[in-house]
Write a protein that binds this ligand. Structure first.
Ligand code: TNX
Length: 527
């Protein structure tokens, strides 16, 4: 059966049912029935058939039971809630494909993980509201339910904050954009020489629109404001946020910046809380992501205010100061009914940290001691291991099969009870065009949807790839353009003497090489 993610149990039947405009849509789940009408409304015929939605409390949350009755031409989708009914409908949509007849199957389905996320970096490059809605449609089709929105970074601030208008007047603009990391260490990497970002931010109305659009599709939007590091864009507008208070420019370099917020200053805590106040009015979900990754402490070590704060609070060191900052923000978020998420570096101060924080595990460090200690205490993790899932890296280094092979066990986690779920991030340093975004996002998003929905014991890469190829045209109709098989298999520059180290280096000096290869392939196909 051409269904992705692969359902838990599926028994294929011999018979078919013809559905269409004339199909009677009956039963519960009003919101899902509206979507069903839209889907079937595009197809002629279907007389005498019925699509029936039923409430069944026994079906697990987000799960559904799908039954095709041969004689009565009734297709029943049962679920305990609207999300499950919607996912049953998404399965039906895939079974229809670009056809109007479905080959019947009895399906019982529910997800492995409750948190199935995709992250988009809108800070390095901006993506239109329309493009984001298109991605949300595709996510819904793949039964994914978290859209993590990376809205701020050193190279651009993209969320309108009424109290701090400079953030989107000045903080969204950088002088130019690096083209690669060639000569990076000597600070000589090439730039495009073109100013980027004027007016490229989301108004509060636009963000509300995205949240509502996602919600209708059972997707929760998790905003991220990366703090106290990755804050150069904000510091360039309000230099008093930094330790030395010196004027700064929105960064036009990639990587980790040592100019971070000064956690010895009340101003910084108040600024963070003001931002949270405005964004919590817009993002109505359960979570708020505060980043917390890549926070070099060199400035804090020399900053009299940071040192005074460490002394005053009796903290062990600079890591503990970040832990204190995290706790203050977590407490504030909790008072607003939100749970804080941070990248796994926040675990460096776990001895003093609120246990309710969720850590997103993207990078391996110090033998993973901190992450395992956190789980032992009952702390929750989201799995986003860069070596498996990062989408911005070339397939040549990380073929699709590698992403598909991810599981908690692979990371040494034998007890799943502290795994909140999984998320796949798309960072956009080198992605400025929608065509490249599609190429690097969709094949992996489709594979990943199966990784977080279907238990690893039921997954098989070859079988998955077969379904992906069978469904290529279907995905195209929902604007999900999957890159060529040769690309996602990582077969560009596959020569034996190309070690992985060489493949990385090639990407560092020429991050477009795989994309260029794809364009060439497409052009020769046309000829
Ligand atoms: C690391 S993942 C980062 C990002 C970069 C990404 C590039 C994480 C929490 N930090 O700032 O964009 O690598 O792959």
């Amino acid at each position: 059966m051409n269904i992705i993610p692969k359902p838990l149990h599926c028994v294929v039947k011999e018979h078919t049912i013809k559905l269409g405009k004339a199909t009677k849509i009956s039963g519960d789940f009003e919101q899902t029935k509206k979507f069903a009408k839209d889907i079937l409304g595009n197809i002629d015929g279907g007389e005498g058939s019925e699509l029936r939605f039923l409430t069944d409390e026994k079906v697990p949350h987000e799960g559904y039971v799908f039954i095709c009755d041969k004689n009565s031409k009734v297709l029943t989708i049962s679920a305990s809630g609207e999300a499950g009914a919607f996912y049953g409908l998404m399965t039906l949509k895939q079974l229809l494909g670009n056809d109007d007849i479905i080959h019947c199957a009895d399906i019982q389905d529910s997800p492995k993980y409750a948190y199935r996320g995709f992250m988009l970096d809108s800070a390095r490059h901006f993506w239109s509201v329309e493009k984001i809605k298109q991605i949300l449609d595709i996510m819904a089709n793949l039964k994914m339910n978290i859209f993590h929105w990376h809205l701020t970074d050193d190279q651009g601030w993209r969320a309108e904050i009424k109290k701090y208008p400079l953030l989107t007047e000045k903080g969204c603009i950088r002088k130019d954009t690096p083209l690669s990391l060639k000569g990076y260490v000597q600070k000589k990497e090439p730039h495009d020489g073109v100013e980027y970002g004027k007016g490229l931010f989301y108004s509060q109305e636009e963000m509300k629109d995205i949240v509502a659009y996602a919600k209708e599709r059972h997707i929760e939007v998790v905003p991220e404001v990366d703090m106290p590091g990755h804050m150069v864009a904000a510091i360039s507008c309000y230099p008093n946020l930094s330790c030395d208070e010196k004027p700064a420019e929105v960064s036009n370099r990639w990587g980790v910046m040592d100019n971070i917020c000064c956690c010895g200053k009340e101003d910084v805590y108040n600024f963070a809380k003001d931002i949270i106040d405005e964004l919590c009015e817009i993002f109505t979900g359960r979570f708020f992501h505060i980043g917390g990754d890549e926070v070099p402490k060199s400035r804090w070590e020399k900053c009299p205010r940071c040192q005074a704060k460490i002394k005053e609070l009796g903290l062990k060191n600079e890591n503990a100061l970040q832990g204190y900052f995290n706790n203050e923000i977590a407490k504030y978020l909790k008072s607003k009914g939100k749970r804080m998420i941070g990248w796994n570096e926040v675990l460096d101060a776990q001895d003093i940290m609120d246990n309710d924080i969720v850590a997103q595990w993207w990078v391996k460090r110090k033998g993973d001691k901190n992450e395992f200690a956190w789980m032992e205490k009952g702390g929750k993790l989201i799995l986003s291991m860069s070596s498996y899932v990062y989408m911005d890296h070339p397939y040549n280094v990380r073929p699709l099969s590698k992403t598909y092979s991810l599981s908690a066990e692979k990371l040494g986690v034998m007890n799943d009870s502290n795994i909140f779920g999984m998320e796949i991030p798309q960072w956009t340093e080198y992605i400025s065009k929608e065509q490249k975004l599609d190429m690097l996002t969709f094949a992996r998003l489709i594979a990943f949807a199966e990784v977080c929905w279907t238990d690893s014991s039921k997954r098989n890469y070859k079988d998955f790839e077969g379904r992906l190829e069978n469904m290529r045209d279907y995905f195209k109709t929902i604007k999900c353009n999957v890159c060529p098989q040769k690309i996602y298999r990582g077969k560009v520059y596959p020569k034996k003497y190309f070690t992985n180290a060489l493949r990385w280096n090639l990407w560092r000096i020429c991050p477009n090489y795989e994309f260029d290869e794809m364009l060439k392939m497409q052009n020769t196909q046309k000829n």
